[in-house]
Design a binder for this molecule. Sequence first.
Ligand SMILES: Cc1cc2nc3c(=O)[nH]c(=O)nc-3n(C[C@H](O)[C@H](O)[C@H](O)COP(=O)(O)O)c2cc1C
Length: 217
Amino acid sequence: MKKVVSFLILFSIVLVFAELPQTYISLTEPAKYYSLSKLLDGRMSTRNFSNKPLTLTDVSTLLWSADGITASGKHRTIPSAGALHPLEIYIHISNVKDVKPGVYRYSREKNAIELISDGDKRQEIIGNAVRQEWIKEASALILITSVKSKTESKYKERSGKFVYLEGGAAMQNVYLMAESLGLGTCAVGSFDEVKIKKIFSLKDNEEPIILMPIGSI
Ligand SMILES: Cc1cc2nc3c(=O)[nH]c(=O)nc-3n(C[C@H](O)[C@H](O)[C@H](O)COP(=O)(O)O)c2cc1C
């Protein structure tokens, strides 16, 4: 009997920890309660941030807004040509409460971020890849990428236009969600693509589209 009880306790512990691999951090539920006109009216690019840390709910809500799964379970927060969904979303975290600094990939299906590489890489990003000093004040950096081959299989030469349209939709969602959360962001398109690909460990067929530093204001 004692052996059975010990086995059951051990089995429950294994089940609790076996839900997600250890490289994943489960996200909280995204906050979904703001009105659009007010957000559009307030939208602007912000390049000055305070050092107040972001929360995991801020991260969850921003990533979900970029290209997350909607309540239907079948759609995303952005439209996609042929529903082929070529975008991937990454986040470099340097100042988020209870999350260690590093590069993470957004897993929309798991509502989690997967650790790709740990350590604060701001100096590397600013020194080598972006060369815009104000970025170092941001608590996080969202990177929107695309795997064009997903769209190309159906749309051939139109796929380039389509993936950038989708990237733009994701970018605008992040601007508006940052506004709704009382945070600041600014699109950054001026960067060394090869270096950003290396820092974020992107695949060969994956292209970085836009970086979005985020911070408290
Ligand atoms: C595709 C794109 C790339 C951009 N790249 C940069 C950039 O590298 N650095 C920067 O400071 N702002 C960048 N911006 C922000 C623009 O400068 C900003 O949107 C513009 O000045 C209008 O200001 P507003 O967004 O506050 O209305 C970019 C914006 C877009 C849409």
